[in-house]
Write a protein that binds this ligand. Structure first.
Ligand code: GDP
Length: 295
């Protein structure tokens, strides 16, 4: 793994990765369950490639965040997919408070056999201890801050975990590390890097933005033509060799983007469309299908 740089300002070099890995492994000793956050718009690409090695056999709950921004049907399929390969999984909108109780409830359920066993062996009942893990921008700080009842993010997106970590009691029977484990995204695979780029949070200059734009327009035309119609009044015929230029002109006119030296301002159109993809105003889109998973 050669590491990489992302917009969050992290340089993921092998040294950082090794450190993150070491610190997270250290924490594993005292936790009962890992809550792995992934982005529901790309539930495979936003997973860390080495998590299985790092957390070994610990019980794990995969939480697909930002379900308010992704395709409901696809999200359901992804949850089923992860369940079908033996994980606990659920999807949430972390901006909605009710979701947190559901997550805690699910952790309790996963750990009930373990807790019952401890009880049967005469061990005093204790709180479940969880840790939140994930690549940058999947919602880790939102999650922890909400449960810890605090406003500001204390962690930032530093590789690994911060030193002054505390365990916070969230419920009588549920405790959480107050800093998340920050993991690196997959850098190797071009498709994955592209999907991560489409989430808008981690910039990877894997493709020039205009190539990414062509990809996005083609993808949306194939899978979400209604969104293009609703958002931009745009219908694309991919068999028309001029479809791209026509799409640019159409969006520019529709959104009243000023001409640049008498021509459509392509950069402004690209920026507009990407900002609407990143903030979700384009509509609910998922960028990958569970059938893409190779390993
Ligand atoms: P972290 O880097 O993993 O700690 O991610 P953050 O908690 O900082 O979240 C990144 C961004 O995603 C923030 O702007 C959050 O408000 C937003 N966010 C997190 N979860 C959700 C969600 O479920 N839905 C939506 N719409 N936004 C979310």
């Amino acid at each position: 793994n050669q590491g990489g740089v992302n917009k969050s300002g992290i340089n993921w070099f092998p040294g950082h990765m090794a450190k993150a890995r070491r610190e997270i492994s250290e924490r594993m000793k005292v936790i009962d369950i890992v809550i792995e956050l992934v982005d529901s718009r790309a539930p495979y690409s936003s997973k860390n490639p080495m998590l299985n090695d790092i957390i070994n056999q610990k019980p794990r709950l995969i939480v697909l965040t930002k379900k308010d921004m992704s395709d409901d049907e696809k999200t359901k399929q992804w949850v089923h997919y992860y369940e079908s390969i033996g994980y606990q999984a659920m999807s949430v909108n972390l901006k909605n408070f009710n979701e947190y109780q559901k997550i805690i409830e699910k952790c309790r359920k996963v750990l009930k056999p373990k807790m019952d066993k401890e009880k049967a062996r005469g061990i005093k009942p204790r709180a479940i201890r969880a840790m939140v893990l994930g690549i940058p921008n999947v919602g880790k700080s939102t999650f922890i801050n909400k449960l810890a009842n605090r406003k500001a993010t204390v962690t930032g997106n530093k590789p690994g975990v911060t030193k002054a970590q505390q365990i916070i009691r969230v419920a009588k029977d549920f405790e959480l590390f107050d800093t998340p484990g920050v993991l690196w995204p997959k850098f190797e695979d071009e498709h994955i890097a592209r999907n991560i780029a489409l989430l808008g949070s981690i910039k990877q200059d894997i493709l020039p933005l205009d190539d990414l734009f062509v990809y996005v327009m083609t993808y949306l035309t194939k899978y979400y033509p209604d969104l293009l119609k609703e958002r931009y009044g745009l219908e694309i015929d991919l068999d028309d060799s001029d479809w791209l230029l026509k799409a640019f002109d159409h969006i520019a006119q529709k959104r009243k983007i000023k001409l640049l030296r008498g021509e459509t301002d392509y950069d402004r159109v690209i920026q507009l469309v990407f900002s609407e993809i990143y903030d979700g105003s384009i509509g609910k889109v998922t960028w990958e299908d569970y059938t893409c998973v190779k390993d």
